[in-house]
Design a protein around this ligand. Structure first.
Ligand code: PLP
Length: 366
């Protein structure tokens, strides 16, 4: 992927770089709760994006009839900047997030942000708040978001939008995963509710996808599970993905992950794991995965590792599946497996600038 050489100051008004005022020890940062002092923001009206700027993070005032509140016209992205040992800060595959954001926008009847402008906006914020990027194993999580802001009671697309990017200094996503390594979590298998249907929005990052999964995620938490594994909506018991991550099953030297068929998110980490696995000599199959067949192979000791992957947690082992019926299934030796650890070390090694970036995934932000 070529580097985008855009002079951000020409396009976006940016303040002087900010200074850090909180403890950035990754072990002390609760994911999702600490924000850097600035945000990127632009408004869309009269057919154009206007007034693009990085400025102090602040509350927004919207009319109570804003379309986002009633009809949920909203999309977002999740991506990260990593602090390297030499002090540099680098983004991981930002154009992929930019492209997915544009696809999500089109699906949700919103004006797509030009991918180059999206990357420019993210870089402008990271440039300003670079000092807020914690050292390894922490990172600066970035949350580009777009929503329909026009005041209108009536089911139609908004004509006015807000596009903004937030930056959050972050430690480990799952507390139980520990820091740095691929920890392992217990996952709840949703057997009576699904997340996406054919023809729906499962393959884009629409906020609505997350709203409809919250109830099941809360059910899972009550059972002591940190994540939910969703199955298809047609009762075929095909594995789809977790509430915020894709999933892989390891059998011998073969990794299997559900194929992209319109109802699961094409994760950028998923794609990176596929490439890194092949680099390391593993076979990767993108195929339908039936949960009952997979459970049989786990019980028989043929599938020895299952792991989830996504931007926030990168790679996280799954040590146990808990079905809604109450059945509990321990995977492998009930902890993070060696292939999961190897892939996590390889991917994080690239992200933190320790290993050669043979795919050209990293982009240093000046
Ligand atoms: C539903 C869902 N699946 C998968 C992923 C993983 O995608 P990525 O690796 O691009 O973060 C995410 C996170 O963005 C997600 O929300």
């Amino acid at each position: 992927m070529p580097t985008l050489d855009i002079n951000i100051a020409e396009h976006i008004s940016i303040p002087v770089p900010s200074k850090v005022t909180v403890d950035l020890d990754p072990a002390k940062l609760e994911f999702g709760k600490t924000f850097s002092p600035n945000w990127f923001v632009a408004e869309y009206h009269d057919g154009f994006w206007q007034n693009a700027r990085v400025e102090g993070l602040q509350n927004i005032a919207l009319h109570p009839a804003a379309i986002v509140f009633h009809y949920g016209q909203s999309i977002f992205e999740g991506m990260k900047a990593y602090r390297w040992a030499n002090g540099k800060v680098a983004l991981f595959r930002p154009e992929e997030n930019a492209r997915r954001f544009a696809r999500s926008a089109v699906r949700m009847a919103m004006p797509p942000v030009d991918p180059a402008f999206f990357v420019e906006a993210v870089k402008a914020l990271v440039h300003t708040d670079a000092a807020w990027t914690p050292a390894e194993p922490g990172s600066l999580y970035l949350r580009p978001t777009m929503m329909g802001t026009e005041a209108c009671i009536g089911v139609r697309a908004s004509h006015e939008f807000l596009f903004f990017v937030l930056a959050l200094p972050s430690g480990a996503y799952f507390k139980e995963s520990g820091s740095g390594g691929a920890g392992s979590v217990v996952v709840y298998v949703a057997e009576t509710s699904s997340r996406a249907a054919v023809g729906g929005t499962g393959d884009v990052k629409a906020s609505a996808n997350y709203a409809i999964s919250l109830h099941t995620i809360e059910d899972g938490k009550k059972q002591g599970c940190s994540q939910v594994l969703f199955l298809d909506s047609n009762g075929k018991r095909q594995v789809e993905e977790l509430g915020g991550m894709n999933v892989f099953f390891v059998e011998g030297n073969t990794l299997r992950t559900p194929n992209l068929h319109g109802t699961i998110l094409p994760g950028i980490t998923r794609d990176s794991v596929i490439q890194v696995s092949r680099d390391l000599g593993y076979a990767v199959e993108e195929v339908p995965v039936n949960i009952d067949e997979a459970a049989g192979k786990i019980a028989a000791g043929k599938i020895t590792e299952v792991f989830a992957c996504g931007t926030a947690a990168v790679i996280s082992g799954i040590r146990e599946l808990q079905f809604e019926t109450g059945r509990k299934l321990i995977i492998g030796n009930n902890s993070v497996g060696p292939i999961t650890q190897q892939l996590n070390a390889r991917l994080q090694g690239i992200q933190f600038g320790r290993l050669e970036d043979t795919h050209g995934w990293m982009q240093i932000v000046d």
